[in-house]
Design a protein around this ligand. Sequence first.
Ligand code: GDP
Ligand code: IMO
Ligand code: MG
Length: 421
Amino acid sequence: MKKVDVVLGLQWGDEGKGKVVDVLTPSYQVIARFQGGPNAGHSLHFEGKKYVLHTIPSGIFRDGSVNIIGGGVVIDPVILSEEIAKLEADGVDVAGKLLIAKKAHLILPTHRIIDAASEASKGKTKIGSTLKGIGPTYMDKTGRNGLRVGDILSPSFEERYRRLKEKHLEMLGQYDFPFDIDDYEKEWMKGIENLKRFRIIEGEHVVNALSNEGKAILAEGAQGSMLDIDFGTYPYVTSSNTLCAGVCTGLGVAPSRIGDVYGIFKAYCTRVGSGPFPTELFDEDGEKMRRIGMEFGATTGRPRRCGWLDMVALKYSVMMNGVTSLIMMKADVLNDFDKLKVAVAYRVNGQETTEFPYETNEEIVPVYKEFDGWKCDINGMRSYEEFPAELKAYIEFIERETGVPVKIVSVGPDREETIIR
Ligand code: GDP
Ligand code: IMO
Ligand code: MG
């Protein structure tokens, strides 16, 4: 038996999970997504090309890999089909490498409309959803109304689709929100047919059998810990468990089978969409991070909000996930900063705390510790020894505060721009 290792984001998403999974894949035979859906956008850069994956695990480019879309994922057959078509056009043997769990729920065209109508009705308090229908699909899952991939093989599928759609149309009557799903529905039905080309599996049995056979399995998270439905900055979160616990429910893996947990974070912070972000910058420093880090959403193209590294939130995520190794991304984006700041505590309602609080929707004033910038180009460096003393001090501070070693440092988007200690 081999334990299942996990890669997940420790901040508000977009930490660089796609790149890290791609870098780690040579050591794994199986890559499995366990939650989320096409709200995710995972970017991979190699051999001068860039790819963005939404539903497909980031191992798909490696020869001989097995890529599983687990039961905890929600699938939009239109988006998945587009993703598959792009990969196939580039010569990737998707059918040979992709397995889809029967228990994964389907995002209906009407789920997308409900998402959009609900967001529009919220006005200023909107979540900033990617509008891919994620929330409404997970609502139907927990409400026990959902349709799953395993259902598409059943003769009653069309009838069940029709009934759920009717229910959604009734709900949409409550909103003053014009929509037309005809074209999307046609594509959706084609997408459902397309799914039948792939191996549709009993995900939990397959994953456990692979683990029993001693196959190295890597679970790939989507979003980030601070967007977790239970422990994130509620209600400004996504609708799934992005934490390590989601691996157990999303893949059917027992907690005792979880191995290494790789927690990924950027050397600073970003957030896309609304919601609390204590260390957010509204000045030239934030603008500079966005410009140099090219902080624009991989799924929606929206500019990402940028700010300093937040140790209060990071330590919370490390605790909730049982992180065993840290991976720091995008340190190169900070190459040209004279001074860096890291939040080491918050002041909330006049009280100072180092514990991530419940009161995230109140005003939070970060307490900062300042660091000297390294003021040099680290992109070309390929060993920890080459790093400037200021960068080493920054990394060693993070290791001391979290009690977890930083095992990988990423100094650029390309596969090759990675330092493994
Ligand atoms: P994910 O959702 O966690 O997979 O992350 P995204 O792909 O949405 O966003 C991360 C972005 O940062 C992508 O455009 C990556 O190509 C890029 N990236 C990843 N690692 C690094 C790095 O070390 N330095 C720089 N400059 N960019 C990086
Ligand atoms: P990856 O996997 C960053 C954010 C949205 C919004 C909130 C809810 O690429 O890191 P949803 O569409 O789930 O209803 O949106 O969560 N969000 C993400 N932010 N990266 C992601 O995925 C995200 N997926 C959702 O911006 O604030
Ligand atoms: Mg992303």
